[in-house]
Design a protein around this ligand. Sequence first.
Ligand SMILES: Nc1ncnc2c1ncn2[C@@H]1O[C@H](COP(=O)(O)OP(=O)(O)OP(=O)(O)O)[C@@H](O)[C@H]1O
Length: 677
Amino acid sequence: MPLTLTDKVSALSGVGPKREQALQDLGIFTIDDLLSYYPYRYDDLGERLPSETLDGEKVTFKGVISTPAVVRRYGKRSQTAIGLLVDRENVRVTFFNQPWIAKNLEVGQEVAVYGTYNAAKAALTAIKLVPASIDGLAPIYPVSKAIKAKTIAELVEQAWGQLRGSLPNLVPTALREKYRLLDKNQQVEYSHFPKDKVESKAGRRSAAFEEFFLFQMRLQLIKQADQRFLGEALNYDKKQVADFIQSLPFQLTGAQQRVVDEILADQAAPQHMNRLLQGDVGSGKTVVAAIAMYAAVTAGAQGAIMAPTEILAQQHAKGLAKLFESAGIHLRVELLTSGLKAAQRRQILEDLESGDIDIVVGTHALVQDGVYFHHLGVAVIDEQHRFGVKQRAKLREGGVNPDILAMTATPIPRTLAITAYGEMEVSIIDELPAGRKPIITSQLSNRQYDQAIDLLRAELAKGAQAYVVTPLIEESETLDVQNVTAVYQELQEALPDYTVGLLHGRLPKEDKDVLMAGFANNDVQVLVATTVIEVGVDVPNASIMLILDADRFGLAQLHQLRGRVGRGDRQSYTVLLADPKTDYGKERLAALVQTTDGFELAQRDLELRGSGDILGTKQSGMPDFKVGDPVKDLTMLTIAQEEALKLVRQPDWEQEVDNQALVDKLSTTMAAYRHFD
Ligand SMILES: Nc1ncnc2c1ncn2[C@@H]1O[C@H](COP(=O)(O)OP(=O)(O)OP(=O)(O)O)[C@@H](O)[C@H]1O
């Protein structure tokens, strides 16, 4: 049977259950996955002359051995050196710790050596001998411990040997011509087996476009499907909503007012709303969500808000209840989390279905089976990246198709957000409430811990509260707990006049609740915690945060953490305790000291990392591209979006494009949405 793209990788010889598992762990299930598993870089095995080579460059020199191998031993270590005549230049080549190699190196023999060139000394530190016949670039694949790059290369070769020339194009011909993209077979060939950099670049460019194009086709199809299930034109009570906004304890910022208008307009329109609300930490997204939910309630519908953690859900529930109460609005706000007792849960589910509950706040429990709404008008998803498309789809089940408002504090440059969240409209709160004093951030060495505690004491003496954050240690929860507990005990002794609380992921839910309530009421003044407090905790009286071993956190995470202070009128402080060892570590902390602007930090982080990593990762909910880089290749991503949009707008695009392979590839996405029709 000839090999096909949809075959499992186990169809290849040499792939048993163990290897198959290792491949699956890398996301490679089918032959198609394997052939789309592109190298992340190439070793340049093409031969070159020393005079064409830069200092420090990795290069292959092909030449004739001119001096016999000399082996020097230093205990367990060794150096083996030869002279290599490359064209007319003599290069000294040194192999480290491979004494046995000497016997393969005879004067007069022709060899090719791959290594790092030192121009000043005309010396090459050898990485490996390569067969003299090899020319071009050797693909290097991202791998895991369980499988070697070489194995992947061999499997790709095996599969390609059988399928070469037979792959259908996914990108329509017209587009390939317009943007001078390669035919699929050439794309695969050039990506895996380029002869030179021109080929590898061309392969990568076409592969990136294909990836973006498929991604955008999916987004646009989802968007189109979304628009097809008509939302509902919520007939909300303008006066009541205006009164609510009037009665808030503060005035909305201009940015808040603008996004509120955008959201209310969406809600009132017959189309279904699918909007992303982006705003830096502390910019006041929650109250915007409250207004949207209240509008739904005035129209006789319900509102729901889903939070990523129980602590946050509780906080939202309490905060919302207080907000409405202080405005003299009588609403029923309930909390639905997995921690509820069965009877309580049953009651809440009943009241949700009968419409007795106006606003429900919860975690993932909200999108579980058996949760039915009487009439859900708007669903707010806090930190949207923690919820997938499936859960969103779940909200639509039972015929309801609520407006969706996703909120995130991850700052993403606007153009990028618009393309990457192509299925959503984007609203941005780019202004902090008036009167906020920028948080003062400082960095101290770990040896200056006492000084940090003095700062903390000074704040406590003013009646303020404090956070002390300890990091994740090597991903081990047990060690984290030990660490955070030790810090807690120490602080209890150091601060006898204050109540110190301890919060970590292992605590029973009730204890967490009691503690968070205590901190919110100022019964607890110092909260020692692991990163469980990362998102959304809102205690405006807290004015100082100590972050221990701050270099163990990522920049975005530190920014989120820091956002827990500076939420009220007090001047707030963040003290980063760390002795960063790497430049990246130092610059990351310096960036935090220098600016409190999340967008600027996101940009800095990008530059420091030098890649789209920050956006590609799980953290931010941005799609994970394998080849394309949404930051560096933004123009291409935008083009892919425009073209996908143009295509799906044609009523018969499936016939129009005349590309069955593309239609097949997208069929799952379409099917997932078809059953809502
Ligand atoms: N316009 C405003 N003027 C003054 N205070 C405000 C305003 N809007 C919100 N606040 C207050 O600012 C604090 C932060 O607001 P909120 O919790 O909504 O921020 P957020 O954007 O959700 O932040 P995070 O992403 O950090 O959770 C709250 O205490 C809130 O009451």
